[in-house]
Design a binder for this molecule. Structure first.
Ligand code: HEC
Ligand code: HEC
Ligand code: HEC
Ligand code: HEC
Ligand code: HEC
Ligand code: HEC
Ligand code: HEC
Ligand code: HEC
Ligand code: HEC
Length: 379
C-alpha cells in the first residue's frame, strides 16, 4: 500500500514536470518562430521609406532618351487626391501602385517619359478593371495598340498622383478632352452648349462625354453614329423638363421624324443602320461642336443663311425652296398662311365629311329595312 502511494506520487511529480517542460518548450517555440516562406519576403515598403529619398527637393531621373523627370514627390498631393484620406478605403500607400519597389529600383525598359507613363498606367487595372476593359475597346485604346503613343490613357485624363473627382466641377470634363482636342474645344467653347458650360457650369448642356461616352468612346464618323445621332440630341431636346427652362420647343424631334429627312433616316436605321444615308441629320443643319442659337447672326439656320445650308445637298435650291420648309414648328397663320388655312380646313372638314357619309349610310340602311318590312307584309 505504502509503496503504491509513493509510486503514484512519483509518477504524478514526473507527469507534472513533463507538462511543465512541454509548456516551456511551446513558449520557447513561440518566442523564436520557425522561418516560414512568407516571412522570408520583406513586408511592403512603407511610405516613409520611399519618402526618405523622394521628398527631397530637386531629385531628377535621367532617362535614356536624354529627357529628365523630376522624382520629387509631394505627399500632400496624394493625400488630397481621390486616393487620399477622403477615400472610402483609406489612403493608398505608395506600394499599392508601385509594388515590389526597393532601392536600387527594378530595371525599367522605358526609353522616354511617355514609355514610362504607358508602362505605369497598367497598374490602375488592379482596382478599376471595369474602366480598364472598356478603355481597351475605345478609339483611344485602338490607336494605342496600333502604336500611336499620343492616345489618351488613364493618367492623361486623370493624372497619376494628383487624381481629382473627374466630373467636379462639370467643366473639368470638357477641359480634359480639350487638352488634346484643341481645335474642337475652341469651336465648342463658343457654341451655345460649351459657352453655357464653361461660363456658368450649366448642368443641362452636353459636355463632350454626353455625346461621345467616356471610357468606351467610339469612332463618331461612321454611318452608324450618323444615323443614330438624332437620338443623341433628343435625349435633351425632346425632354420638356429641360427645354421649358430655356423656352426651346421640344417639337424639334417629333417634327424631324415626320419630316422627309427624318422619316427616311429612321427607315434606314430600321432596315440596316450601316447603310449610307445622305439625308440631313440634326448636325447637317445646326453644326456639331459649333451649334449656335437659331436666331444668332451667324447661325446656319436663320432664314438669310438657310439656303446655303440646304445647298450642301440641294445644289439648285432657291430662296423659295428654303422658305417653303416648315421647319420644326407647326405652321401658323403668320408663318405659312396657305398651309395653315389648308391644314385647318382639313382638320375641320374631315370629321364633318365623315359624319355626313355615316349618316347617309345609316339612312340608306334604314330605308332598305323599311322597304323589306312593307314588302313581306304585302306578301
Ligand atoms: C535611396 C533612395 C530611394 C528610395 C528609398 C526610393 N527611391 Fe525611388 N528613386 C530614387 C532615385 C534616385 C530615382 C531616379 C532614378 C534612378 O536613379 O534610379 C528614383 C526613381 C523612382 C521612380 C521612377 C523610375 C522607375 O524606376 O520607375 C519611381 C516610380 C520610384 N522611384 C518609386 C519609389 C518608391 C515607390 C519607393 C518606395 C518603395 C522608392 N522609390 C524608394 C531614389 C529612391
Ligand atoms: C494611385 C496609384 C499611385 C500611388 C498611390 C502612387 N503612385 Fe507614383 N506613380 C503612379 C503612376 C501611374 C505613375 C506614372 C507617371 C504619371 O504620373 O503619369 C507614377 C510615377 C511616380 C514617380 C515618377 C515621377 C513622376 O511623378 O512621374 C515616382 C518617383 C513615384 N511615382 C513615386 C511615388 C511615391 C513615393 C508614392 C507614395 C508617396 C507614390 N508614387 C504613390 C501611380 C501611383
Ligand atoms: C489599390 C487600388 C487602386 C489602384 C491601384 C487605383 N485606384 Fe483609383 N480608386 C481606388 C479607391 C479605393 C477609390 C475610392 C473610391 C471611393 O472613394 O469610393 C478610387 C477612386 C478613383 C477615382 C475617383 C472615382 C470617383 O468616383 O470619383 C478615379 C478617377 C481613380 N480612382 C482613378 C485611378 C487611376 C487613374 C489609377 C491608376 C493611376 C487608379 N485609380 C489606381 C483604388 C485604386
Ligand atoms: C479620355 C479621358 C479618360 C480616359 C482615357 C480615362 N478616363 Fe476615367 N473618367 C474620365 C471622365 C471624364 C470621367 C467622369 C465620368 C462621368 O462623370 O460620367 C471618368 C470617370 C472615371 C471613374 C469614376 C467612375 C466612373 O466610371 O465614372 C474611374 C474609377 C475612372 N474614370 C478610372 C479610369 C481608369 C482606370 C482609366 C484607364 C483604364 C480611365 N479612367 C481612363 C475620363 C477618362
Ligand atoms: C492625351 C490626349 C487625348 C485626350 C486627353 C483625349 N483624346 Fe481623344 N484622341 C486622342 C488622339 C491622339 C486621337 C486619335 C486622333 C486621330 O486619329 O486623328 C483621339 C481620338 C478621339 C476620337 C475619335 C476621332 C476619330 O476621328 O475617329 C474621339 C471621338 C475622341 N478622341 C474623343 C475624346 C474625348 C471625348 C475626350 C475626353 C473625354 C478625349 N478624346 C480626350 C487624344 C486624346
Ligand atoms: C452635341 C453632341 C456633341 C458634343 C457635345 C461633342 N461632340 Fe464631338 N462629335 C459629335 C458628332 C455628331 C460628331 C460626328 C461629326 C461628323 O461626322 O461630322 C463628332 C465628332 C467628333 C470628333 C471626330 C471628328 C473630327 O472632327 O475630328 C472628335 C475628335 C470629337 N467629336 C471630339 C469632341 C470633343 C473633344 C468634345 C468636347 C469639347 C466634343 N466632341 C463634343 C457630337 C458631339
Ligand atoms: C445634354 C443635353 C443636350 C444635348 C445632348 C444636346 N443639347 Fe442642344 N441644348 C441643350 C440646352 C440645355 C440648350 C440651351 C442652352 C442655353 O440656352 O443656355 C441647348 C441649345 C441648343 C440650340 C439653340 C436653341 C436656341 O436657343 O436657338 C440648338 C440649335 C441645339 N441645342 C441643338 C442641338 C443639337 C443639334 C444636338 C445634337 C447634335 C444637341 N443640341 C444636343 C441641351 C442639349
Ligand atoms: C445632308 C444633306 C441635306 C441637307 C443639308 C438638306 N437636305 Fe433636304 N433632302 C436631302 C435628301 C437626300 C433628300 C431626299 C429624301 C428622299 O428621297 O427620301 C431630301 C429631300 C428634301 C425635300 C423633299 C423634296 C425633294 O426635293 O426631294 C425637301 C422639300 C427638302 N429636302 C428640303 C430641304 C431644306 C429646305 C433644306 C435646308 C433647310 C434641306 N432640305 C437640307 C438631303 C439634305
Ligand atoms: C433641314 C435642316 C434642319 C434639320 C435636319 C434640323 N433642324 Fe433644327 N432648326 C432648323 C431651322 C432652320 C431652325 C430655325 C427655326 C425654324 O425655322 O424652324 C431650327 C430650329 C431648331 C431649334 C430651336 C427651337 C426653338 O424653340 O428655338 C432646335 C433646338 C433645333 N432646331 C434642334 C434640332 C434637332 C435636335 C434636330 C434633329 C432631331 C434638328 N434640329 C434638325 C433646321 C434644321
Amino acid at each position: 500500500m505504502r509503496i503504491r502511494t509513493w509510486a503514484s506520487l512519483l509518477f504524478f511529480i514526473i507527469g507534472l514536470s513533463m507538462t511543465g517542460l512541454g509548456v516551456g518548450l511551446a513558449l520557447a517555440q513561440e518566442a523564436t518562430p520557425e522561418p516560414t516562406p512568407e516571412a522570408a519576403e520583406p513586408p511592403p515598403a512603407s511610405d516613409a521609406y520611399c519618402l526618405l529619398c523622394h521628398s527631397k527637393p530637386d531629385q531628377v531621373w535621367h532617362l535614356p532618351s536624354g529627357e529628365t523627370l523630376s522624382v520629387t514627390i509631394d505627399p500632400g498631393l496624394l493625400a488630397r487626391s481621390v486616393h487620399g484620406e477622403s477615400s472610402s478605403e483609406g489612403a493608398l500607400p505608395c506600394a499599392d501602385c508601385h509594388p515590389d519597389f526597393r532601392y536600387p529600383h527594378p530595371p525599367t525598359t522605358a526609353q522616354t517619359i511617355r514609355d514610362f507613363q504607358i508602362e505605369r498606367y497598367a497598374i490602375c487595372r488592379n482596382c478599376h478593371e471595369e474602366q480598364y476593359t472598356r478603355a481597351q475597346d475605345s478609339v483611344h485604346g485602338e490607336i494605342l495598340r496600333a502604336g500611336r503613343l499620343e492616345a489618351a490613357t488613364c493618367v492623361d485624363c486623370h493624372g497619376g498622383h494628383d487624381i481629382q473627382t473627374p466630373d467636379e466641377p462639370r467643366q473639368r470634363i470638357s477641359l480634359t478632352c480639350g487638352r488634346c482636342h484643341g481645335a474642337i474645344f475652341e469651336e465648342y467653347q463658343d457654341s451655345i452648349h460649351g459657352s453655357a458650360l464653361l461660363a456658368e457650369s450649366n448642368p443641362d448642356v452636353p459636355t463632350c462625354i454626353d455625346c461621345h461616352g467616356v471610357h468606351n468612346i467610339q469612332n463618331p464618323t461612321t454611318e452608324l453614329f450618323r444615323v443614330r445621332s438624332p437620338e443623341l440630341c433628343a435625349q435633351c431636346h425632346a425632354d420638356a423638363s429641360i427645354m421649358d427652362k430655356y423656352n426651346i420647343s421640344t417639337h424639334v424631334f417629333d417634327s424631324y421624324l415626320t419630316d422627309f429627312h427624318g422619316s427616311t433616316v429612321t427607315l434606314f436605321e430600321q432596315q440596316d443602320p450601316n447603310v449610307v444615308t445622305n439625308k440631313a441629320v440634326c448636325y447637317d443643319c445646326h453644326g456639331v461642336h459649333n451649334i449656335t442659337a437659331v436666331d444668332d447672326e451667324g447661325a446656319s439656320t436663320i432664314r438669310a443663311n438657310l439656303v446655303t445650308t440646304c445647298r450642301q445637298c440641294h445644289p439648285d435650291a432657291s430662296l423659295d425652296f428654303s422658305a417653303a420648309w416648315l421647319g420644326h414648328y407647326p405652321a401658323t397663320m403668320d408663318t405659312h398662311p396657305v398651309f395653315f388655312v389648308a391644314k385647318q380646313l382639313y382638320t375641320v372638314l374631315t370629321p364633318i365629311i365623315l359624319v355626313i357619309v355615316a349618316l347617309l349610310i345609316v339612312s340608306d340602311l334604314f330605308r332598305r329595312f323599311r322597304q323589306r318590312m312593307s314588302g313581306s307584309k304585302g306578301a
